[in-house]
Design a protein around this ligand. Structure first.
Ligand code: DX5
Ligand code: ZN
Length: 226
């Protein structure tokens, strides 16, 4: 059976003064919308709060909102982000000493739970959490900014995660985030990733919708010929 790969444009690279036009420029060629929440502490940048996610949810009731929390102690803001109505809510393993509790709470509130891991963190740390997550987000740049270069060594993490998923009969999807574009998307999908986040490549394209269509085709062909 043909494997599905989802494309998730990151609003970090959208026009902050006209996010609705940025979303409209995708012309429905995307699968999810990725929302990068940064606190100026876990990462050296500040972006959106729960009010932004809530406004997105109201305006786009049927979009899949994939919310990536790059914040220290996510439990402090967890209820506010859950109230905002994300589909996926992802927290960093490096940011939360009680991540088991946080992930349980996300599922308890009816959202899908994700755990993310920085390039410098070994994936073995994820193992106790794998039965309780719907998504594992592998960072392929050090988070904080769009437009950075892809770190190829993180593909090893994808391999481990696919292997562990099969062996443990888990059901999470593997998402990759950072430095993905036309030159490497197909290869990353071939490496086992189910969801590709793309910020600058999508919103920096002349025609974001056309760009997404081209990526989809490339990914589909690569998987079909694998
Ligand atoms: C990085 C963010 C990414 C970012 C990716 O901290 O988590 O989601 O938007 O941007 P690009 O695709 O430009 O590397
Ligand atoms: Zn992200």
């Amino acid at each position: 059976m043909m494997r599905n790969v989802f494309l998730a444009p990151s609003l970090l690279s959208a026009d902050f003064l006209d996010v609705r036009s940025s979303i409209a420029s995708l012309k429905g060629q995307h699968d999810w919308l990725h929302v990068d929440v940064m606190d100026g502490c876990f990462v050296p940048n500040i972006t959106f709060g729960p009010g932004f996610v809530s406004a997105l949810r109201k305006r786009y009731p049927s979009e899949v909102l994939d919310v990536h929390l790059m914040i220290e102690h996510p439990e402090r803001l967890l209820e506010a982000f859950l109230d905002a109505g994300p589909d996926y809510l992802t927290v960093h393993i490096e940011a939360d000493p009680h991540i088991h509790r946080t992930l349980s709470r996300i599922r308890e509130r009816g959202a899908k739970a994700g755990v993310s891991i920085n390039p410098g963190t070994p994936e073995e740390l994820l193992r106790p959490l794998l039965p309780m997550v719907d998504l594992v987000l592998v960072m392929s740049v050090n988070p904080g900014f769009g437009g950075q270069s892809f770190i190829p060594s993180v593909m090893e993490k994808t391999k481990s995660l696919c292997r562990w998923r099969e062996a443990g009969h888990y059901s999470y999807v593997v998402e990759m985030d950072g430095g993905i574009g036309g030159g490497n998307a197909a290869e990353i999908a071939l490496g086992g990733c189910d969801v590709l986040v793309m910020g600058s490549a999508v919103f920096g394209a002349q025609d974001p919708a056309l760009f997404l269509r081209e990526i989809k085709l490339k990914v589909k062909e690569a998987i079909a010929h694998a």
